[in-house]
Write a new protein. Structure first.
Length: 118
């Protein structure tokens, strides 16, 4: 099993910045893909960004140019730097990870609230 613990959410004004962190523990050997999803009230959970163990990244179009995902493999930690935040970025943000070896997951964190006021 892999445990994921997020931190860094909060309340920020539009145009501001926040940095989310997610630390993985437990059976972290062979963790491959890590990423962030978000779920706004009344909406389905959506992919925000992912990063592979080799550093390849992927972003949803709505955050390109504003959000940056990065990871520290030695610390089993993934980060999401969020700049130029908009009210529509308000959501619960969930950390996500999968492994190459069984059990592959997916694994989820408990979520951290991000609220952007206008």
């Amino acid at each position: 099993q892999v445990q994921l613990v997020e931190s860094g959410g909060g309340l920020v004004q539009a145009g501001g910045s926040l940095r989310l962190s997610c630390a993985a523990s437990g059976n972290t050997f062979s963790i491959n893909l890590m990423g962030w999803y978000r779920q706004a009230p009344g909406k389905e959970r959506e992919l925000v960004a992912t990063i592979s163990s080799g550093g390849s990244t992927n972003y949803v179009d709505s955050v390109k140019g504003r959000f940056t995902i990065s990871r520290d493999n030695a610390k089993n930690t993934v980060y999401l730097q969020m700049n130029s935040l908009k009210p529509e970025d308000t959501a619960v943000y969930y950390c996500h990870a999968t492994r190459l070896l069984y059990p592959v997951g997916p694994y989820w964190g408990q979520g951290t609230q991000v609220t952007v006021s206008s």
